[in-house]
Design a binder for this molecule. Sequence first.
Ligand code: DAH
Length: 351
Amino acid sequence: MEDTLKALISEAEEGIPAVRTRPEFEAFKARYVGPHGSLTRAMRGIKQVPREDKPRIGKLLNRTKKRLEEVFEVCLGAIEDGEQAAKWGEAIDPSLPSPDPPPGNLHPLTQVREEINRILKSVGFAVADGPEVDTEYFCFDALNTPEDHPARDEQDTFYLPAQAKFANVNKFSEERYLLRTHTSTVQIRTMLRQRPPVRIISPGRCYRRDTTDATHSASFTQVEGLYVDKGVTVRDLKAVLDFLFKSLFGSDTRSRFRPHFFPYTEPSYEMDASSAHLKKVGKEWVELGGCGMVDPNVFAAVGYDPEVYSGYAFGFGIERCAMILYGIDDIRYFYQNDYRFLRQFGHPVSC
Ligand code: DAH
């Protein structure tokens, strides 16, 4: 019996190279472990083995069976490799990088927007939303912007054709619709919905009739901020913007306000930032957006008492922040969907 089993193993081992297809493998396997296979037969033969030899022969049978299983595994592995090679042209080396496309990443503007949201949420701001198609009321009138303000000009604002009626959508449905020129619209929408305290940010897309060049795009994104409560001062405004820009651009960042005019804030400022990042674009200071203390006329439009409440507002461009952060010198890169550009911002998708 011992000799038979030894012979069986060496026969099987020698047979490996001849087994090249799955039918060959099935026949090969059957030769040993099929109903009439040699191992099956040997197993049945244990009945005839004298009692005292049974444990030893039993062990031997088990060892033979195990070895045969290893032989089958080798055969099958070789057949599978052959099949893969036939399918892909060459054997697969699992240690090489995957030929699948990389998992992708968020657009750089999305990444910067999410980072701004994260920073401002950490100091209590909630994220509010508003429509991109809005009315003159929300975009201009309620924001204390007079009829003859140049921003309302058809040269600057995309108006929807008069026949585009959104009848009875709300009480302002008689108004001209437009593509919002800034996210400041969300200030009004939020204040009409709730009483103070209000502490919101609103990131979103805006549109202007700008001719596209390295720093202008007819569609771009902004973040609006609004805080209304009792006793809010310019100091609070400066503090939150300092915190935001230091968090975003690094702790060496400085920010400054320059007096300016916006119809919806009084006083109003333009805000600039200076950071090591700016060296990438060869500048000391860069203008990021506007801000100021909410004008009493805006409070009047939403029914807040300016004698009781005060507040600040700010708005700035996300593209500008991303350009500073990454040293990008042309805004058009953001919208061209060129994979060679986008894949440079490939930290893993996480939000
Ligand atoms: N809406 C302004 C713009 O688009 C930015 C801005 C200025 C927003 C002053 C504000 C503000 O909230 O108070 O240029």
